[in-house]
Design a protein around this ligand. Sequence first.
Ligand code: CU
Length: 163
Amino acid sequence: MMKRILILAALASVLALSACSAPKPEPVSITLDMSEYAFDPASIEVKVGQEVSLELVNNGQLPHEVMFGREVMRKDNRPAGYREDMFAIGGATPEVIALQGELADEEEEEHSGFVVALQKTGDRALIKFTVTQAMVGEWEIGCFEQDGVHYDAGMVGKFIVAP
Ligand SMILES: [Cu+2]
């Protein structure tokens, strides 16, 4: 009987230790401004396990979108999205909430992968997701509107996922 109690106590301390060694990071809220032709901030860093609330705001005159990925695909020799989609690879499906304006129907988009497009000045959307281990690494955020003209004009940023 005594032995069983000792084993349980040992197990409990192992569980407590593993919980301590990987503290859950604090949730983070970030506002990402989109305009001609840039994201602000141009670099975002998050951590595995973090709950991310990312508010997208179109502060420009043109429609803008955001995709998360790496390895730009080309279509008719124009930049047209990412070969590797961060959310597909990360096994995460972000929740998307329109705060102002209408979100474009994803089926109308010409490229595959997760995308949020904001059509008009002042349009806003909130996306929420939890960062997964499979997302660790360096990604891009990019806008491929107008057959990739926005991307070529510099509408690209960094999205870094720390372990
Ligand atoms: Cu754009």
